[in-house]
Design a protein around this ligand. Structure first.
Ligand code: SAM
Length: 293
């Protein structure tokens, strides 16, 4: 299905400023999404450069290939997990990697059009895998089979959900009556124990937590930081955009504990008020950039 509109890349000006991409460079966009950042990177590397875009979601690949056909001399898209970034890149070029960008989480297009069950706004199968052909548990599997304790852990840790225990108990009670297979069933269970207060839907954190658990997102980030840093040459830069405090903590700790990297900015870069007004999804984004020394 064609997207209603493309995902809006966050912190685009800041990535341009701090990633410092120059003509002729090899740049890897490890979270291609709709290719918004890759489009900028293709412009910056020029005709002698190379941009390799990776996405775990196979549906992202043809969409961006089509969107960026005018850069076919310097752009290619690959389906895969960014934790395998060095190997994925090595199958396409022997040139060293100069820059890497990771813009974590989901794209608006995935959220709205792919029917993967990321959103409680529509009624879809509870899947939430970035790549549904990966032989891993879906959100539906977790909700229907995880122990009460495990559900509480997921909601508390990945969703920072205050009502983790009540919500998990309500899920366990509901699944004894019938399997929970759709986003609406799950959203209704959450609302039954956590009524709406304010503008944020009460199921927001539960859905976020399940998506992080289903895709093992924090482990992928930890592994990627290690494998990428080991594979890149001195002076190469890595930019990571996070949307969750746990993700940001992982990146911050990585930069401060590794002796072979240095932070390019002391503090994380955050969006301007104008960007937040224009694109509310950017609100929680944080950009950290480090360089291999
Ligand atoms: C926020 S979107 C990226 C948007 C993109 N920067 C743009 O401008 O359109 C995040 C993307 O990362 C992908 N993704 C998430 N985890 C991944 C992983 N471990 N490896 C590769 N891609 C991943 C998602 O499928 C999604 O398309």
């Amino acid at each position: 299905m064609e997207p209603i509109s493309f995902h809006r890349p966050v912190l685009l000006g800041e990535v341009r400023e701090w990633l410092s991409v120059r003509p002729g460079m090899v740049v890897v966009d490890g979270t291609l999404g709709d290719g918004g950042h890759s489009e900028l990177l293709c412009e910056l590397v020029g005709p002698t450069g190379l941009v390799i875009g990776i996405d775990r979601d196979p549906e992202a690949i043809p969409l961006v290939e089509q969107r960026l056909t005018r850069f076919s001399d310097r752009f290619l898209a690959v389906n895969g997990n960014f934790k395998d970034l060095p190997e994925l890149v090595a199958t396409h070029t022997v040139r060293p990697i100069d820059r890497v960008l990771l813009d974590l989480g989901w794209s608006t297009t995935q959220f709205v059009t792919r029917g993967r069950g990321f959103s409680f706004m529509t009624n879809e199968q509870l899947d939430m895998r970035f790549n549904p052909s990966e032989n891993t548990e879906s959100a539906g599997d977790i909700v229907n089979t995880a122990s009460l304790r495990e559900l509480i852990r997921i909601f508390r840790l990945y969703g920072e959900e205050r009502r983790a225990e009540q919500i998990a108990e309500a899920i366990v009670a509901a699944r004894e009556r019938e399997p929970i297979t759709t986003t609406q069933q799950l959203a209704n269970i959450v609302v039954s124990v956590a009524p709406r207060v304010g503008a944020i839907h009460p199921a927001t954190q539960v859905f976020q937590a399940l998506r992080i658990a289903v895709n093992d997102e924090l482990a992928a980030l930890r592994e990627a930081l290690n494998t990428i840093t080991t594979a890149i040459p001195h002076n190469a830069r890595v930019a990571i955009i996070t949307f969750h405090s746990l993700e940001d903590r992982i990146v911050k700790r990585f930069i401060s504990t590794r002796t072979d990297v240095k932070a390019i900015t002391k503090k994380p870069i955050i969006p301007t008020e104008d960007e937040i007004r224009d694109n509310p999804r950017s609100r929680s984004s944080k950009l950290r950039i480090f360089e291999k020394v």
